[in-house]
Write a protein that binds this ligand. Structure first.
Ligand SMILES: NC(=O)c1ccc[n+]([C@@H]2O[C@H](COP(=O)([O-])OP(=O)(O)OC[C@H]3O[C@@H](n4cnc5c(N)ncnc54)[C@H](OP(=O)(O)O)[C@@H]3O)[C@@H](O)[C@H]2O)c1
Length: 259
């Protein structure tokens, strides 16, 4: 029997790389997508030696529409695919009005347009066999609208709503949609130019998780049928308290409006 197949975007580092490693260990073949070819090649070679994984490398900048289309074409050419992981992403630190408009638009393309397009391509292929798993890597910021960068929060919220609505439409099938909402995770995310002023030590150590732990918990929750998932007890606690703070603000606003 041929091996199962997973396509992972943003597979060159962090959470995407951990998904590749854990799925390779489970026996999947992989399609690895990202911009840094060398990193993808090194990963593919390592997984081939360790688990006999066959990997197809796709070098694509998902902020370019033509390159999103190339990945869509690859999916359209497949007879079957078992897992799609829309993971590629990055952060921004400036405010909405003063931030770099081009980078904000890139973010909309990478987080929203690419993920939407790959979901749209993969679901008809999965429906042929009535099974599959799609993981959209969102963020805890997508559930905490009050506290994040506007573009990041809005694009990550889109992924949560997309996942919930799509799962509802597919409820009579064996296709599972899972929005993974990590909190602070060790990866290259905070090392990019876009977040150059970020200081990791400003966040308490206990709130950080490793990429491999996030992925292990996500795969387990996804297979149990959890549609929206926040890994880590402390992340869930902080989400709970931030929502209480939000509810308090909203009630305060209603009371002030009435008076
Ligand atoms: N780390 C955190 O604290 C955290 C928290 C919540 C959510 N997340 C989410 O988790 C996902 C993975 O991030 P990470 O933490 O693993 O960070 P990371 O180590 O920086 O990985 C990001 C991945 O996305 C790829 N990528 C970025 N821009 C791309 C583009 N234009 N086209 C194609 N690929 C692109 C990168 O590959 P190339 O540079 O090779 O293209 C890299 O493989 C992101 O969606 C992020 O928003 C992270």
């Amino acid at each position: 029997m041929s091996k199962k197949l997973a396509l992972i975007t943003g597979a060159s580092s962090g959470i995407g790389k951990s998904f590749a490693e854990q799925l390779a260990e489970e026996g999947y073949n992989l399609i690895l997508v990202a911009r840094r070819k060398q990193k993808l090649e090194d990963l593919a070679e390592k997984l081939s030696k360790k688990f006999s994984t066959e990997s197809q490398i796709v070098v694509a900048d998902l902020s370019e529409l033509e390159q999103i289309k190339n990945v869509v074409d690859i999916i359209n050419s497949l007879d079957s695919i078992d897992i799609l992981i829309n993971n590629a992403g990055f952060g921004l630190s400036s405010g909405f009005a003063e931030g770099n408009a081009e980078r904000q638009l890139d973010m909309v393309k990478v987080h929203v347009l690419a993920s939407f397009s790959l979901c749209r391509a993969v679901i008809p292929v999965m429906l042929k066999r009535n099974e599959g798993l799609v993981i959209n890597v969102s963020s805890i910021s997508g559930l905490m609208i009050k506290y994040g960068d506007v573009t990041y929060t809005a694009t990550k919220s889109f992924l949560i709503v997309l996942s919930e609505a799509l799962q509802e439409e597919l409820r009579k099938t064996d296709i599972r949609i899972h929005a993974l909402c990590p909190g602070m995770t060790y990866s290259e995310f905070h090392d990019t130019e876009d977040l150059e002023n970020f200081d990791r030590s400003s966040v308490p150590k206990g709130l950080w998780m490793s990429s491999s732990e996030v992925v292990r918990k996500s795969l387990k929750a996804a297979r149990k049928g959890k549609t929206v998932y926040v890994p880590g007890f402390l992340n869930r606690v902080s989400l709970f308290f931030s929502n209480i703070a939000l509810i308090r603000k909203i009630s305060q606003w209603f009371i002030e409006r009435k008076n």
